[in-house]
Design a protein around this ligand. Sequence first.
Ligand code: GDP
Length: 190
Amino acid sequence: MTITAAKFVKGFVDPKEVEKETLPQYAFIGRSNVGKSSLINTLTKQKGLAKTSSFPGRTQQINLFLINNKFHLVDLPGYGFARVSAGGRDTIFELIRGYLFGNNTCIQKVVLIIDGVVGPTRDDLDMLEALEHSGKNIVIAVNKIDKIKKSDYKKQLEKIQGLVGAHILMPISAEKKIGIGELGNIVFEK
Ligand code: GDP
């Protein structure tokens, strides 16, 4: 599927409000700095669409983007950011939890982005388990593969696969634009 149009619709601070939306939703989630904004910008071919971490404004909201006038790409706040106070972290988790595990019936897929160099963190694995428990369709995007040494690549991917279990792994580089078309096809297929 080719993305031909993408625009920012609205940022939500209340997950219940998102439940009023009726178009199919494809949610993107990951730890702060994993490259989620870069991925959304690369996928939609719009450089400034999702704000990268250096723009704190929209990052603690649930941001909806309208894609091809047909569905919503949902940019969830990054979790586990050390610079946010403990209270701030709780608020972010509540927002994410409220969205993913509330009564939203429009969520088609959840793309969990992990760092290919770091591998899945405790927070990532907790998130994955919660997604599995709630029966979500999950795609795991392994980002920043351009940073993995060629000689370590196979071993690293196998290690990640072992940690996440039987899920589709999509190795990508948001920055170097590797595997982006393949990821788009898997995520947005009908
Ligand atoms: P977010 O917090 O998840 O939205 O992450 P950002 O998109 O802001 O990216 C965080 C940092 O990782 C930035 O410095 C990006 O340039 C960098 N980054 C993102 N994707 C990649 C990638 O595929 N490869 C490399 N090497 N760096 C990346």
